[in-house]
Design a protein around this ligand. Structure first.
Ligand code: PMP
Length: 445
């Protein structure tokens, strides 16, 4: 019963685990874009297990692949050859451009980024790691340091060797911390206009300052960036910004690491990888979430030279790319291709963005609508650009749940609705989601 679950949660699960909703949902079953609670109520899932369920809940082909592999060979570790990890490494790296041809499999996004930190330091011989203020890269101690505010939450010191650059935010302005957020440089929403191009120069100046003058010469191991910031509220970068940042990083002798944990596997619609939208080829790419449709699987893909540097020592992990995980990974790639899910992300995503943009004109509470494909952010505000209070945000959020719609939440101020559904949602699902959100916004008045 629900009461039983509640008691076990209280007594036997660490309370640090976050739950959504004033009365947390007890989910029992899933199918494609749908979830069912323990009482059988159906929800349209527009959050996809936090941008993770890429091809759909309990996709029959994934279930079949897991069953078949589990009953043939479940686990042996990487110390032996097993055909599945080899087949998968080949399939996955075929999806990568340039020299990105060597994979190392792990189990989560945090582990992947942790390993990318190590790889970049070993390869370059440098120590300094740079990332954005509003990024999210994980929850191990190192990736909390990379995530900028991670360990501060516990009033613990961050690790040496991690630095953060101010964050471009097209809607709110330059974002570098609470002081800056109180008086942001106001820029237009349209990232193609001249006003924003000026702002882009401001962002890049502080970037150059760090790489050229603040950090010792030739000391940077890597710069990490998400192609679109996920947890940070589907925040996109001004046009051309990432390419210029890439050039500055490369000039400094550092590596560019693209965190594709949320933006990979066709989710952004136009491209299979988010970094392709920035016209760069990173040195290292980290991936998780959608790669395994919810199965614990993640990877770091890099060039032969960078991979070779790591092999100066034996770098071991027990589970990475085990036969079942690899079988899931292969099936995810097959399904994305055969069901044309990347194209679907583009079609349904464009429809949602267009309709939400119309809704923005209708409701003052919608400050900004942004994103690409099925990675969408709706920033809610009051009095112009002030983040909507959490009480009001929760009202909208609970309203949607009661009406059978699950949406995500994010952004530095927790005021951004995040839509990252299974990539198989239809236009009809999108229409239902829009209608529920419209009623939820109306309910605020
Ligand atoms: N990178 C990004 C962009 C993420 O969104 C996340 C998870 N939200 C991570 C890394 C960490 O992944 P995990 O939770 O699997 O460790």
């Amino acid at each position: 019963s629900y009461e039983n679950l509640k008691n076990i949660r209280k007594d036997n699960l660490n309370p640090a685990l976050l739950t959504f909703y004033s009365k947390p949902l007890a989910l029992h079953q899933g199918y494609k874009q749908w979830l069912f609670d323990i009482e059988g109520k159906r929800y349209l899932d527009l959050f996809g297990g936090i941008c993770t369920v890429s091809v759909g809940h309990c996709h029959p082909r994934i279930t079949k692949a897991v069953n078949e592999q589990m009953s043939t060979l479940g686990h042996v570790s990487n110390i032996y050859y097993h055909p599945k990890i080899h087949e998968y490494a080949k399939r996955l790296t075929e999806k990568m451009p340039g020299e990105l041809k060597v994979a190392y499999f792990v189990n989560s996004g945090s582990e992947a980024n942790d390993l990318a930190i190590l790889m970049s330091r070993v390869y370059t011989g440098n120590h300094e790691i740079v990332s954005f203020r509003n990024c999210y890269h994980g929850m191990t101690y190192q990736t909390m340091a990379l995530t900028s505010q991670g360990s501060y939450k516990y009033k613990l010191p961050t690790l040496p060797g991690f630095h953060h650059v101010m964050n471009p935010d097209i809607f709110r302005g330059l974002w570098g911390g609470s002081k800056c957020r109180d008086s942001p440089v106001q820029v237009s929403r349209n990232c193609d206009c001249g006003e924003v191009c000026n702002a882009k120069e401001k962002y890049l100046d502080q970037f150059r300052e760090l790489f050229k003058y603040t950090l010792p010469k030739k000391s940077v191991a890597a710069f990490f960036a998400e192609s679109i910031q996920g947890v940070g509220g589907a925040l996109q970068f001004p046009k051309g910004y990432i390419k210029e940042a890439y050039d500055i990083v490369k000039e400094s002798g550092g590596l560019f690491v693209s965190d594709e944990v949320q933006t990979g596997f066709g989710r952004t619609g136009d491209h299979f990888w988010g970094f392709e939208g920035h016209e760069i080829i990173p040195d290292i790419v980290t991936m998780a979430k959608g790669i395994g449709n919810g199965y614990p699987l993640a990877a770091v893909v890099t060039t032969p030279a960078i991979a070779e540097a790591l092999s100066r020592a034996n770098h071991f992990n027990t589970f990475g790319g085990n036969p079942v995980a690899s079988a899931v990974g292969i099936t995810v790639l097959d399904i994305i291709e055969e069901e044309e899910l990347q194209q679907n992300c583009k079609n349904v995503g464009n429809y949602l963005l267009k309709e939400l943009e119309k809704m923005r004109d209708e409701f003052e509470v919608i400050g900004d609508v942004r994103g690409k494909g099925l990675m969408i952010g709706i920033e809610l505000v009051e009095d112009g650009k002030r983040p909507l209070s959490s009480e009001k945000f929760l009202k909208i959020w609970e309203y949607c749940k009661d009406a059978g719609l699950l949406i995500g939440k994010g952004g530095a101020d927790g005021n951004v609705i995040r839509l990252k559904p299974p990539m198989c949602i239809t236009k009809e699902d999108a229409r239902f989601g829009l209608e529920v959100m419209r009623l939820a916004f109306k309910s605020l008045n």
